[in-house]
Design a protein around this ligand. Structure first.
Ligand code: NAP
Length: 307
């Protein structure tokens, strides 16, 4: 393990008790935070199935950590924008009788160009709708699966409840979602909708769903290749973020803690403990009340099921 991981390992060695010898499925493994999660879960001797868009990079990660930690890592092609890949993963789990303990949803996109795919803007597909479809498929296979959701403090963005509650049909809901043109707001709304829908699923079906957020970290989420902002933004902002905010290894600890706790209550989630919950080691704390308002979670649940 690299010296930059020393403090994370100290935290893991002293707090993580239950996350050993598990079988864990996760996506986003080739991303900044996902890579760190794969590293720490391998260190803890868990077997992993990593779902990646770039299998060459996935195989590199597999070889790196299998040789270091002697765990087993399986690599499967997966893309939330490719339905066949999602179905193939479900078939793989079924046909191989995989005994899964945990699924961690890490995949996500942020600063990207506005793009409609199959009626919906891409950010909703990757961050909200397709994860819900995939998670429902997983629950059909594994009733007691523990599902960990990488969410974000941006869930605080206002959903415009008045407008939302008036929406009655699929097309109006699609129009409402696609009308949000501000990238940061759209990202926040995707994270909020994911939280609302899955909170309702937790209420209705008593599913073991745990929300966690990594804090803020200068990761590939803000990479220039997304070309969402002008050159000046990319000249300063990503490197400033790396200077000011947490490194991805520390940011990944919320997800490791989420693996380790048994269940958490509906009004709580896991995130960094320090200043505005963006820095520091993770702890369990309260979600804002607006995130589990029954009327809204019900409405989001009903509208999402129309899509
Ligand atoms: N960084 C932060 O400050 C922060 C704060 C709060 C929450 N988060 C959340 O943390 C998670 C990880 O983000 P990160 O910061 O580590 O950024 P990242 O390095 O960009 O990782 C994002 C991951 O999502 C994957 N992905 C993108 N599009 C996908 C698709 N269509 N299907 C499946 N996977 C897809 C990427 O795959 P490739 O590797 O192939 O590109 C990558 O592995 C995200 O959900 C993000 O919203 C991050």
């Amino acid at each position: 393990m690299k010296t930059k991981d020393k403090s994370c390992l100290k935290y893991i060695n002293s707090t993580v008790k239950n996350t050993k010898n598990k079988t864990i499925l996760l996506n986003g493994a080739t991303g900044s935070i996902g890579y760190e999660v794969v590293k720490f879960l391998s260190y803890l001797n868990n077997n992993l199935i990593i779902l990646v868009r770039n299998t060459e990079n996935g195989l590199k990660i597999k070889h790196e950590f299998e040789s270091l930690y002697k765990n087993k890592i399986y690599v499967l092609y997966f893309d939330y924008l490719n339905k066949d890949s999602i179905n193939n993963v479900i078939s793989y789990l079924k046909t191989n009788n995989v005994n899964l303990d945990i699924f961690i949803n890490i995949s996500g996109i942020y600063h990207q160009k506005y793009q409609i795919i199959d009626e919906l803007e891409k950010t909703y597909l990757v961050n909200y709708l397709m994860p819900i479809k995939f998670i429902n498929d997983l629950f059909n296979l594994y009733n007691d699966l523990k599902v960990i959701i990488t969410d974000s403090v941006t869930y605080h963005f206002n959903l415009n409840n008045k407008k939302l509650l008036k929406i009655k049909n699929k097309q109006d809901y699609i129009n409402y979602l696609n009308s949000i043109k501000n990238k940061t707001k759209r990202y926040g709304i995707t994270k909020r909708l994911l939280l609302e829908y899955l909170t309702n699923l937790k209420y209705l079906q008593n599913k073991n769903i745990i929300f966690a957020h990594p804090g803020i970290s200068g990761t590939n989420l803000f990479k220039a290749k997304n070309k969402a902002f002008n050159k000046v933004f990319y000249l300063f902002v990503p490197s400033l973020m790396k200077l000011i905010f947490m490194s991805p290894n520390k940011a990944s600890l919320s997800l490791i803690k989420a693996c380790d706790v048994d269940k958490i209550e509906i009004n709580k989630w896991i995130g960094p403990r320090a200043f505005i919950h963006c820095w520091g080691y993770p702890k369990i704390y309260n979600l804002s009340k607006k995130a589990y308002d029954k009327k809204i979670t019900n409405k989001v649940y009903e509208l999402t099921n129309l899509l």
